[in-house]
Each structure stands twice: as structure tokens, then as C-alpha cells.
Design a protein around this ligand. Structure first.
Ligand code: UDP
Ligand code: MG
Length: 313
């Protein structure tokens, strides 16, 4: 018998939890009916929910204590922390990571399991191929994000890749061994490598509740991701400085020639002010980038725990 661990981060998902459990149970039971080859367990992570999510998890655990487990945090630590907590507990031969809102279709699980078992792939990832119902600006920014991160960072992220994936235990061990405080899963999944196949699927609407991501949070998250996996923004200052120097040298030569030909002139004050403002702005901008990286180093050096567990069942 192979054990499949299913990790499900939950933040204020009281309505989705029972629906999710029902749907996955139905699909896996049907899939397992003939071969009886698999057992599975759930690890729900209650990421500081303020609603009745914990009660829903406790209810399921009381019904099927060997199958449903949960971890509850002392407060909301974010999805990345919840994923890590789940991965640390998942001892299954195969480990799946899924959102509880059924936006990661459980119907795909049997195909993922079969594909993984029948091949030498270590990870079966999923990739959303359309963005139906998503606002235009959000979709465009997403495309831009994948373009930028793939251009300037050492990791490559497949456009539309979801966190929804099925992995062998070896991959989970590799992910758990990454101790960083600033965790960007899309980057981590890609950084650890292993042979990965992506299965495409179409956008699914949330079954209940609402998304926890505003446009502003998504932009901030994307910028964090770029900074976590690229040092290119840090070299921006050197490039801008270099370009300014070249422009300055040519302007000086121009000014000397003009003074020699036409005599000295005092015109050009406004353009001078504009240039000073521009360079000052660029310097502050680069200082800001430096500051962001230093902030990240500061957080890493504190060695704080990534999450705190209140209860584990
Ligand atoms: N989630 C979490 N902690 C958070 C925010 C979200 O555990 O701080 C969970 C959430 O319950 C869901 C998954 O992460 O299972 C994805 O969240 P959401 O559906 O809000 O993101 P979206 O699908 O809109 O990208
Ligand atoms: Mg969702």
C-alpha cells in the first residue's frame, strides 16, 4: 500500500473544508476501488482562521482520526508557512499540495497519480491555461511577472503554474531542508529541481468564501518573489550610475566645445535642475532596492521560527 499525504492550507475556509473533503474522498475512493493500492491522509493547516475552520477540521478528525489530521497556528502566518508545516508532517510516499477552495480540481488527482507512477517523473505540477473571470489588469500583470522573473532570475517558473502538485517524498525532503525565512513557494519548487511534468487545466471558480489576495498584495508578493530569486535589481544602481557617467562625460565635452566656439553662456538652468532631480530620484530608488534586500537579510538573521503551532492532531 502506498500512502498519499494531502496538504491543505486553510485560512477562513469553514464552508469549503467539508465540501473539499467530500469531493476528494469521492474521487480517491472511486480511483482506488479496483486496485486498492493506495491509502491517503489529510493534513489541514489552520493558518490562524477567525471563523469555524478549526471546528470543521476537529469534526472531521473526530470522525476519521487516522485519516484526517490538522495543525493549528497561533495566528495567521501566511500560506507559505502553512505549506511548510504540512510538508514537514507529510510522510506519505506521494505528497499532494492543494487549495481547499476547489480551485485546484481534485478530478485531476487520479491522472496525476497515474502519470507519476507510470513514469520517472518526480513531480507532477499543474498549470492554469486560462484566466477566465480575472480582471484584465491582473491577468496582464501576471504575464509581466512571469516574463520578468524568468528573464532575470536563475530559477524558471512555468507561466500559470499553481502550487497544486504531487511529489515524491524525496522532493518533499529537499523542500523541507530549505530553511529560509522568506519563502516563495513557486521559486522553491523550481529551485529544488527534479523531473517535473505540468498538466494543464482550466480556471475553476472558488466553491465558497473569497480570495485572500488583493491586487496590491499580489504585486507585493510578486516583487518579493523576484527579489528572493534574483540579484539583478541590486546591480541596477551600477548600471544606472555607469550610464549617467557616460552621458555626463559626453555633455561635458559638448559644453567645452560650445564654450570655445560660441563663448560662455548661462542658458540651460532649467534642464540642469531637471537632471539633478532625475539623478537624485534614481539614487533614492536604488537605495530603496538596497533597503529591501537588507530588510530581507535582517529577517533571515533573526532566525525566528516560520510559524508557531498551537495544536497538532
Ligand atoms: N491561505 C492560507 N493562508 C493565508 C491565505 C490563504 O492558508 O494567509 C490558503 C487559503 O485558505 C486557500 C489557499 O491558501 O486554501 C489559496 O488562497 P486563495 O484561494 O485566497 O488564493 P487564490 O486562489 O485567490 O490565489
Ligand atoms: Mg483560491
Amino acid at each position: 500500500m502506498q500512502l498519499i499525504s494531502i496538504i491543505v492550507p486553510c485560512y477562513n475556509e469553514e464552508e469549503s473544508i467539508p465540501l473539499f473533503y467530500q469531493r476528494v474522498e469521492t474521487i480517491l475512493t472511486e480511483f482506488n476501488r479496483h486496485k486498492e493500492q493506495y491509502q491517503w491522509e489529510y493534513w489541514f493547516i489552520n493558518d490562524g482562521s477567525q471563523d469555524a475552520s478549526l471546528q470543521q477540521m476537529a469534526y472531521l478528525h473526530a470522525r476519521v482520526p487516522e485519516t484526517v489530521h490538522y495543525i493549528t497556528f497561533t495566528r495567521n502566518f501566511g500560506k507559505e508557512a502553512a505549506l511548510l508545516a504540512g510538508l514537514k508532517e507529510a510522510h506519505g510516499d506521494l505528497v499532494a499540495v492543494m487549495d481547499v477552495d476547489l480551485q485546484d480540481p481534485p478530478e485531476l488527482l487520479p491522472t496525476m497519480i497515474e502519470t507519476l507512477e507510470a513514469s520517472d517523473y518526480d513531480v507532477i505540477g499543474t498549470q492554469r491555461v486560462d484566466r477566465t473571470g480575472e480582471p484584465w489588469l491582473r491577468a496582464k500583470l501576471s504575464t509581466a511577472f512571469y516574463h520578468v522573473i524568468n528573464c532575470i532570475s536563475q530559477v524558471q517558473i512555468v507561466p500559470g503554474a499553481r502550487d497544486y502538485r504531487l511529489m515524491r517524498q524525496a522532493v518533499v525532503q529537499a523542500i523541507v531542508a530549505m530553511p529560509e525565512y522568506n519563502r516563495f513557494s513557486k521559486g522553491i519548487f523550481s529551485w529544488v529541481g527534479f523531473k517535473t511534468k505540468y498538466l494543464p487545466f482550466h480556471h475553476q471558480d472558488r466553491i465558497a468564501g473569497e480570495t485572500h489576495w488583493s491586487l496590491r498584495q499580489l504585486i507585493a508578493y510578486s516583487l518579493e518573489g523576484i527579489m528572493d530569486y534574483s540579484e539583478v535589481p541590486l546591480s541596477l544602481a551600477s548600471w544606472l550610475g555607469g550610464i549617467s557617467c557616460v552621458v555626463a562625460i559626453f555633455s561635458m565635452i559638448g559644453i567645452v566645445i560650445r564654450a570655445l566656439v560660441f563663448g560662455s553662456t548661462t542658458a540651460g538652468w532649467s534642464s540642469l535642475v531637471a537632471i539633478i532631480l532625475l539623478l537624485g530620484g534614481l539614487q533614492l530608488f536604488c537605495l530603496g532596492i538596497l533597503g529591501k534586500y537588507i530588510g530581507k537579510i535582517y529577517l533571515e538573521t533573526k532566525h525566528r521560527p516560520i510559524y508557531l503551532v498551537k495544536e497538532k492532531c
